[in-house]
Design a protein around this ligand. Structure first.
Ligand code: NAD
Length: 281
């Protein structure tokens, strides 16, 4: 029978631990930047703000217009870098077309880069010595841990090759001696996605395509970790078609209430780490 991985118990314990840790520190401040309006970004920011209020962390919301030129975005980030009151900065994806993700993340001071997206931090992750790992990745890994499954020698298919999710997951899981297949839009377009999904012991999807992955593609007893957040018929859904996947999987994460639920908590864990490592630089 499928076990729907319920994050609530972990969530409650982790949140209480973070709360007491944050209360033992001077007031921390999180700057959260977005460019233009996007549904999943708004959901993520709302949960950041809610937790900041609960934790007593200052939350500085920076909302730039969709038409803001890159120069203006970079200037704002540099201002936040210099502000000694700011402990950590998150630049929330997605960005409008034509705005370079790399340039934005490169502008964030690596000591305040609590999503681990600055090239320096990505380089440290590459060599296995990360300072900050993307909170989404930490959340997905936590769900795998909840299953108790030994990763050594397992076959894992990751759907999505972004610097925020797919790439760091592949590096981390490869280092744990899983055999990792990374798939992306071209795998889908060449109709090879079902092949890679059906051979996997663990499928992690972060494509942002509602109900992309069908239960019929999955191996019986698979662990299905759904990172995607999308909307279908005005409902929030993931990349993995829940009803059909639920019949095949040994473990599955729901959307909403799965990976996304823990992501914001891990963001605050990284904020605490930023303070402990660098105080407010
Ligand atoms: P992105 O657009 O940067 O990357 C998407 C990746 O998916 C790309 O590599 C692309 O090639 C691949 N892809 C797109 N369509 C595909 C298809 N049909 N088949 C196979 N691969 C396909 O996006 P991102 O920032 O990595 O976010 C991905 C998803 O994760 C989004 O739904 C986003 O909202 C969600 N997200 C969730 C959390 C969370 O906490 N649950 C956090 C951040 C992002």
């Amino acid at each position: 029978m499928t076990k729907i991985l319920n994050a609530q118990k972990f969530y409650d314990g982790f949140k209480n631990k973070l709360k007491s840790e944050i209360h033992s520190l001077p007031i921390l401040a999180l700057a959260s930047l977005s460019i233009g309006k996007n549904y999943s970004c708004q959901v993520y920011r709302a949960s950041q703000q809610k937790l900041a209020d609960e934790f007593g962390v200052k939350y500085l919301s920076v909302e730039l217009s969709e038409t803001a030129p890159l120069k203006e975005v970079i200037a704002k980030i540099k201002e936040l870098n210099k502000d000694k009151k700011i402990t950590g900065i998150v630049a929330n994806k997605p960005f409008p077309q034509g705005i370079s993700e790399e340039e934005i993340f490169s502008a964030i001071d690596y000591r305040k880069d609590i999503e681990g997206m600055n090239p320096y931090n990505l380089g440290l992750l590459f060599i296995g010595e990360p300072l900050f790992i993307s909170p989404t990745v930490l959340s997905a890994l936590e769900f795998i841990k909840m299953t108790g499954i030994e990763l050594y020698g397992k076959e894992i298919t990751i759907v999505g090759f972004s610097t925020l999710i797919g790439k760091p997951l592949a590096l981390i899981l490869g280092r744990k001696f899983a055999t990792v297949n990374i798939t992306h839009i071209a795998t889908f377009e060449s109709k090879r996605l079902p092949f890679y999904v059906k051979n996997a012991d663990i499928v992690i999807s972060a494509a942002g395509r509602p109900n992309l992955i069908k239960g019929a593609w999955l191996k019986k007893g698979v662990v299905a970790i759904d990172v995607g957040i999308g909307r279908k018929d005005s409902k929030i859904v993931g990349d993995i078609e829940f009803e059909s996947a639920n019949k095949k999987a040994a473990f599955i994460t729901p959307v909403p209430g799965g990976v996304g639920k823990l992501t914001s908590l891990f963001l605050f864990k990284n904020l605490v780490d930023a303070y402990r490592k660098y105080e407010n630089v």
